[in-house]
Design a protein around this ligand. Structure first.
Ligand code: ADP
Ligand code: ZN
Ligand code: ZN
Length: 827
């Protein structure tokens, strides 16, 4: 396909499904290529978009606006990333430009801002509000509209518009440089005539001031140490000289200044550790051999590496990556949350040293930009990062690893693209003829089914690796603490058996991890006497309590019922909202064990950029006895002195109104249990529960993932949930609740009509609209429509129908929005 050279298609970072045509003025014809960023006019604004390889529409819109600037010499996106992002836009039914924005580092856009300046003085006296606006602009000429409206909340767009129309205010649009720039630093070196030692000696003889001589000798000394061109600051500090002395030497032509780019890297300061060699155990070797075979054949293949915690999965990733590097190919390692997995990064750096880059959102914008540019230039062949790293600009990919593939953090929730990094990883591997390894001790049911059906290759490791210098670590023993028969005194959340176990560890000088899971906290009721919770009769999920209406509701199908008042199972009037915070647990610990050193790890205590690191390092160094926290404490940590893991309320996760509640709870509990007894000391896990007969605990006690997976899959099949169905959630949001509900209803009807026109449309189910779980967020009401289609032959593909329904739906009123979430993580 060849496009006319004077027209290009541009993807813009907007929630719009189409791309836009622009004219290319002759002076840009050479420079403009697919993947290049361009500055274009759009409406009354300017936007930074990316040229995409699409044919122009027929007929062309007219008049065509010209592109104003080409911002890249080398395309920011490779052809491969253009293909990948295009696929994501289709699959997730969102704007191509929105996906591209996620693939580029933030802060590079040239932004246009509208600024206000004083105009003519008013002839007649203005109204009170108008006068206040004019006064503000006179005091702050060039203010942005946003800033003005922050200060003067009554300043509506209509009012500003009137003032501009009368000429009392002037509106100017200005383009502002990107927020993130390449950082440069000045370095000092000898001018060409003084590069030989003889010339330097000669000039030292001639130089008058002692300070000038000191500076020249300092530069000589640094050269001898191998620093030929120190930074300005470095040299001045070494010579204890002033900027004036340096300036003088530059004027005399002895020294010269050169500007060099500074690479801002979060890794620079950290020393590279040494790798300890391991001899693979048979299961490990078998897994590696299968993966290696696909790598050597340069064949696309996806593996599910199902291995218990500590079975040596990370060692397998490292060995596979070595094969790929030996071929000159590159690799991406995805981890759920990089701040929680510093040990993983260290281990990869121990083997691959400076080949490893990290890329994540806790880095500064400058660090992200520099790392991204280095990756784009091929400087690093390996990148480790959370979900967004799946879009890193590596070429010649041979391997993508998704560690802990079942983790929810791989799914982006907001904003679009609402992608699942695991699924994107598989597709990207396919585009590159690469291998994708999904690793987990408790795979998602999606991946597990794919492995059982032969779409992925299943590799299993059932035993823990023999840790170096220790006897083989065994899996910890798991015990339940039945809270139904334990009266918790004064709301103390720790029952006697757990308190006793903690006391024992403290006496022995061992460490304890306590988990208080609050993930996705929802207003769910639980009977304090018997542990019963109200469930939806149709959907197998818990009902949520809506205080105002005193109702219980299902967020899947909309079923609603009155608050039952008493427990249906035991009759007690003891239905209470579930879930207490980590702070309450901390208070209880301090009261019970005043001498124990407790570290609390939750959203409040981990705000800083390296706060996680610091907390975990302190615990690793033995500066605390108890690490108490939310599900953060369950992730990838390896502390040999931890012999007890306690879960304060193991039921919390089970009672979330989510069809994956059991799956997620099992995964979390298995993972946190894996933290106990990693080295030579046996580990113990205590779970406090009011539902000791629950199937999740039954399988957990036996470490039986496969058994639970079988049971859950059968149930999903029967109810028509993933992985046997594909789900999508349409969210309608806006400021007025009745209007939002009405729009959601009419969209549902519209969508049903679209489905009707297509054969197989009858297989598509729509449920709702229902108010969202947190129905009002930031002053906006949100309603959901759940769309469900079975995944079997003959069923229509869902995305084209959703796209068509969105494209043909009448324009929305201002401030109302429709957004789609394909394969939602929860509702
Ligand atoms: P996983 O990723 O499955 O949790 P790791 O790869 O982190 O497991 O291995 C757990 C521990 O065992 C690590 O300290 C690792 O270095 C060590 N280890 C892994 N494989 C072996 C082996 N074959 N021999 C000795 N130690 C090993
Ligand atoms: Zn009860
Ligand atoms: Zn329901």
């Amino acid at each position: 396909m060849t496009a006319p050279p004077d027209i290009v298609q541009v993807a813009l970072p907007l929630p719009l499904l189409q791309v836009f045509s622009y004219r290319v003025p002759p002076e840009w014809r050479e420079a403009v290529r697919p993947g290049c960023r361009v500055l274009v006019p759009f409406g009354r604004r300017h936007l930074t978009g990316v040229v995409v390889p699409e044919l122009p529409p027929d007929p062309l819109p007219s008049p065509l606006k010209p592109i104003l600037d080409v911002l890249d010499d080398t395309p920011a996106l490779t052809d491969e990333l253009l293909r990948l992002t295009r696929w994501m836009a289709d699959y997730y039914v969102c704007g191509w430009g929105e996906v591209i924005r996620a693939a580029l580092p933030p802060g590079l856009e040239i932004e246009s801002r509208r600024r206000l300046y004083p105009g003519h003085p008013p002839a007649e006296p203005p109204g009170e509000r108008a006068a206040a606006v004019l006064r503000f602009v006179a005091e702050h000429p060039g203010t942005t509209i946003r800033r003005l409206r922050q200060e003067l909340r009554f300043a509506s767009y209509a009012l500003l518009h009137r003032l501009v129309a009368r000429g009392w205010l002037q509106l100017e649009e200005s383009l502002e440089a990107p927020r993130v720039q390449i950082k440069k630093e000045q370095h000092v070196r000898f001018a060409p005539a003084y590069r030989t030692p003889a010339a330097q000696e000669a000039v030292l003889e001639k130089l008058r001031g002692a300070r000038q001589r000191a500076l020249v000798t300092a530069l000589q000394a640094l050269r001898l140490e191998g620093v030929a061109e120190p930074t300005r600051a470095e040299l001045l500090a070494r010579a204890d000289a002033s900027p004036a002395t340096l300036r003088r030497l530059v004027e005399l032509g002895v020294l010269e200044l050169v500007e060099k780019e500074v690479i801002r890297s979060p890794l620079e300061a950290e020393p590279v550790p040494k790798a300890a060699p391991v001899t693979f155990h048979p299961e490990q070797q078998a897994a590696l051999d299968r993966i290696t075979e696909a790598i050597e054949a340069r064949r696309f293949e996806t593996f599910l590496l199902h291995g218990v915690t500590g079975s040596g999965k990370t060692e397998v990733y490292i060995a596979a990556l070595k094969r790929v590097r030996a071929q000159g190919r590159t690799g991406i390692i995805l981890v759920p949350e990089i701040a929680l997995t510093p040990q993983t990064v260290r281990r990869f750096r121990a083997h691959f040293g400076d080949e490893v880059a990290v890329l994540h959102s806790r880095m500064s914008d400058g660090e992200r930009y520099d790392t991204w540019r280095q990756l784009r230039a091929g400087r690093y062949p390996i990148v480790i990062g959370p979900r967004s790293a799946v879009l890193a600009p590596l070429e010649n990919l041979g391997l993508i690893v998704v560690d802990e593939e079942h983790e929810r953090s791989y799914k982006q929730f907001d904003p679009a693209p609402r992608y699942h990094a695991r699924d994107v990883a598989v597709y990207r591997a396919y585009l590159n003829g690469a291998v994708c390894v999904l690793g987990s001790a408790t795979p998602s049911l999606e991946s597990y089914l794919n492995a059982r059906s032969g779409k992925y290759t299943l590799l299993e490791m059932r035993r823990r690796a023999p840790a170096v210098g220790h006897t083989p670590a065994r899996l910890p023993s798991v015990r339940l603490v039945d809270l139904r028969h334990t009266r918790l005194v004064n709301g103390n959340p720790l029952a006697p058996p757990l308190a006793r176990a903690i006391a024992q560890r403290l006496e022995r000088g061992e460490q304890v991890i306590l988990l208080q899971n609050r993930r996705g906290f929802a207003p769910v009721l639980e009977c304090a006497e018997c542990g019963w919770s109200p469930h939806c009769p149709h959907c197998s999920v818990t009902l949520t309590y809506h205080k105002v209406q005193h109702q219980l509701r299902c967020h899947y199908c909309g079923y609603a019922t009155r608050h039952p008042g008493t427990c249906r199972q035991c009759g007690a009037a003891a239905l209470e909202p579930l879930g207490i915070g980590t702070q309450r647990v901390e208070e209880a610990l301090r009261a019970l064990f005043p001498e124990a050193r407790v570290l609390r790890m939750d959203l409040d205590t981990t705000r800083g950029r390296r706060a996680h690191h610091r907390l975990l390092d302190r615990f690793a160094r033995g500066e605390a006895d108890i690490l108490l926290g939310t599900q953060m404490v369950a992730k990838g940590l390896d502390f040999p002195r931890v012999t007890l893991v306690g879960v304060v309320n193991a039921d919390t996760g089970l009672l979330l109104p989510d069809f994956r509640a059991d799956e997620h709870t099992f995964q979390l509990l298995m993972q946190v249990a894996g933290r106990a007894g990693r080295a030579d000391r046996p580990g113990e896990v205590l779970l406090q529960t009011r539902n000791p007969d629950h199937r999740v605990f039954r399988y957990l006690l036996r470490h039986d993932y496969a058994g639970l997976a079988r049971e859950l899959l059968a149930e999903r099949h029967q109810l028509g949930y993933p992985p046997y169905a594909r789900l999508a959630v349409l969210e309608c949001s806006g400021p007025d609740e009745a209007r939002v509900a009405e729009l959601a209803r009419s969209w549902t009807e519209h969508f049903q009509q679209v489905c009707h026109q297509h054969a197989g449309g009858h297989l598509i189910d729509t449920l709702g609209p229902t108010p969202a779980l947190h129905e009002r967020l930031k002053g906006r009401y949100r309603y959901h429509v759940l769309v469900k289609v079975p995944r079997r032959t003959g069923a229509p593909p869902l995305q084209p129908l959703l796209r068509q329904a969105l494209e043909t739906f009448p324009p929305l009123p201002r401030a109302y929005r429709l957004t789609l979430d394909i394969d939602p993580a929860g509702l």
